[in-house]
Write a protein that binds this ligand. Structure first.
Ligand SMILES: O=P(O)(O)OC[C@H]1O[C@](O)(CO)[C@@H](O)[C@@H]1O
Length: 615
């Protein structure tokens, strides 16, 4: 595609033989290398976090906090005093049911000065993610004029144009699947995980029309049964499925596995994957190289300066959305309006700052209370799941920017109202008081012309409204704080604005508690440990293979396997590996059963003379 090749015109041409392909079959040595690495952080002595130590919840403030205002007149006045409105979006923010005091606001206003300054610097292209030495530019995606270099501005604009024209060509049938009898693409299979899935999933659930031009499904895990399910559901429509593989790094194992599984399904069905595959990734990543070498239908760029969890307004979220007939320019416009609204340094007039202030107040600036997100609208169901990554991966940090141990974070969970009324609201109202709620209210119940009274003067939507207001009041009456975000309708514009609102709130809150919101060093430990487990599995297989090639076959006990793997301290893990392989018919148990580890003797069903498992 001309526009795409222009985007990649600066790519140095790589010799095919030197390029490691994302889809290469696993080979010794590098097969389970997990690509993310993080720079070591300086561990300074444990000190009390600055965030907790010097923002004060003075005794008076804390006492006032316990005494939420109950007088209806005073509450109405507080409501009016603090109500924020963004008229161009049709978005309202009500923080009146959070009990912050005037004294606290004054203190926070002071602290926000540096948070606003840091945000301004970030938008100008400072290295806002110091550990990874990266700029943080998701705000430029909706206002390319802010990008610190002209080249970036052009890149953003060209990518957007190429997304729109590619989507038009797919939807109109100008670009056709090679083997489908239907003559046009009908389905999207999106393969990606974390930020490379959650945004597209949220947007699809919120905004896709009932009969989109292409329907979307997701593979967002390395669960083989889950993958089989998605592929089985596509059935013969695999021939008219556009597969979009999304990975910023281009080397995330779960995504690579999903791709390999999908490619196998294409081979089994006699289809040419490359003609139906699209990659969204950073230039020259393993995925990018694979897509280029194999001649996939299209490639779209991800940028170094956009984090996975803030990537929904890049090709990651925009391409799938456009293919479903969602107006992506409206989404960007909504986000842009909210970005502008959240640039003001007047705390009271900045909805993101108000949110951050409330989070700080409610959770004592140390995450002492959880954030429960309650959208009263089915289509916003996935907002809490989306926010879980945005908030928790950004704020859940061990060290602050000065190297102090702070173990920061804010726990996010939620589902939807009024469904949750019949699940966990009981505990929220009466049980352990470890949360604050955020109600997401949508004024428009359903499109005009469809409403009817199911009782005199009362519609189905009135019930939903009543449940929201009732729950808000009931929680408050029992001393539980809540924030309410109201939008008039669920539209691309309002969804874009909601996303932008929370992105900014997270960034500001991170400044308040002095942490880096834009890296995720904590996820490396789990990835590294997973890689070690898989490396151990190969050693176990190699040891078993050698014993199974003997004549007669030599079944081994767990102790013998651990010994021969030179990993006696890993015997429990070896047992788990054997149990897992046995459950999947990959080893034979000569004696005992997996339920009684001590009695187990194991060998392989097949002997491989070349020992393909040996490192
Ligand atoms: O887009 P990628 O590089 O495949 O990463 C997926 C996700 O993995 C993470 O890096 C965490 O493991 C997230 O930050 C990211 O959204």
């Amino acid at each position: 595609m001309a526009s795409l090749s222009t985007l990649y015109s600066s790519s140095p041409s790589l010799k095919q033989s030197t390029v490691k392909a994302f889809t290469s079959p696993t080979t010794r040595g590098d097969s389970f290398s997990f690509p993310h690495t993080s720079k070591p952080t300086t561990h300074l002595p444990l000190t009390l976090s600055a965030s907790r130590a010097d923002i004060s919840h003075s005794d008076a403030a804390a006492a006032a906090k316990k005494e939420l205002i109950k007088d209806p007149d005073a509450l109405w006045k507080r409501y009016l005093d603090w109500l924020y409105q963004q008229k161009d979006i049709g978005l309202y923010l009500d923080v009146s049911r959070v009990g912050f005091t005037d004294e606290f606001v004054v203190e926070m206003e002071e602290r926000f000065k540096s948070a606003f300054k840091a945000m301004e610097e970030l938008e100008k292209g400072s290295i806002a993610n110091p550990d990874e030495g990266r700029m943080v530019g998701h705000y430029w995606l909706r206002n390319s004029g802010l990008a610190p270099r002209p080249g970036l501005k052009t890149l953003i604009e060209n990518t957007l144009d190429s997304i729109c024209s590619f989507a038009d060509d797919i939807v109109s049938g100008k670009i056709k699947p090679p083997s489908s009898t239907v003559g046009r693409f009908t389905q999207i299979l999106s393969v990606g995980i974390g930020g490379s899935a959650l945004g597209p999933q949220f947007v699809a659930e919120a905004l896709a029309p009932d009969n989109p031009p292409l329907k979307i499904r997701f593979i967002d895990n390395t669960d083989p049964a889950g993958i089989d399910h998605q592929i089985a559901q596509l059935g013969p429509e695999l021939a008219s499925t556009l597969v979009i593989v999304i990975s910023k790094s281009g080397g995330t194992p779960e995504t690579r596995n999903g791709l390999l599984e999908v490619q196998k399904a294409f081979r089994d069905a006699g289809l040419n994957f490359a003609k139906q595959g699209v990659a969204i990734t950073q230039e020259n990543s393993l995925l990018d190289n694979t897509a280029r070498i194999e001649g996939w239908l299209a490639r779209f760029p991800m940028y170094d300066w956009v984090g996975g969890r803030t990537s929904v307004m890049s090709a990651v979220g925009l391409l799938p959305a456009a293919l479903q007939g969602i107006d992506i320019r409206e989404m960007l416009a909504g986000a842009g309006i909210m970005d502008e609204a959240t640039r003001t340094t007047s705390l009271k007039n900045n909805p993101a700052a108000l949110l951050a202030m409330c989070w700080y107040w409610a959770s004592d600036g140390v995450g002492s209370k959880d954030m429960v997100i309650l959208p009263y609208k089915d289509s916003l169901l996935l907002f809490s799941r989306y926010l879980q990554q945005l908030v928790m991966e950004s704020l859940g940090k061990e060290f602050d920017l000065d190297g102090n141990t702070v173990n920061q974070g804010l726990t996010v969970y939620g589902n939807k109202g009024s469904t949750d009324q019949h699940a966990y609201i009981q505990q929220l109202r009466e049980g352990v008081h470890n949360f604050f709620a955020t109600f997401i209210e949508v004024l428009r119940d359903r499109p005009p012309g469809h409403d009817w009274d199911l009782e005199p003067g009362v519609t189905c939507g009135d019930y939903l409204f009543g449940m929201l207001q009732g729950t808000r009041s009931a929680l408050y009456a029992n001393g539980r704080e809540s924030i309410s975000v109201t939008i008039e309708e669920v539209t691309p514009r309002s969804v874009g604005a909601l996303i932008a609102l929370y992105e900014r709130a997270v960034g500001l809150y991170a400044s308040l508690v002095n942490i880096n919101a834009y890296h995720q060093p904590g996820v490396e430990a789990g990835k590294k440990a997973a890689a070690e487990v898989l490396a151990l599995q190969k050693r176990v297989l190699s040891v078993l293979n050698e014993a199974s090639c003997k004549d007669p076959v030599e079944p081994l006990t767990l102790d013998e396997i651990a010994d021969r793997c030179h990993a006696p301290e890993e015997i429990e893990m070896i047992y788990k590996i054997i149990a897992h392989m046995s459950a999947n018919d990959r080893v034979l148990i000569a004696e005992g059963s997996c339920g009684s580890p001590r009695s187990v003797k194991v060998f392989l069903g097949e002997c491989n003379v070349d020992d393909m498992y040996a490192q």
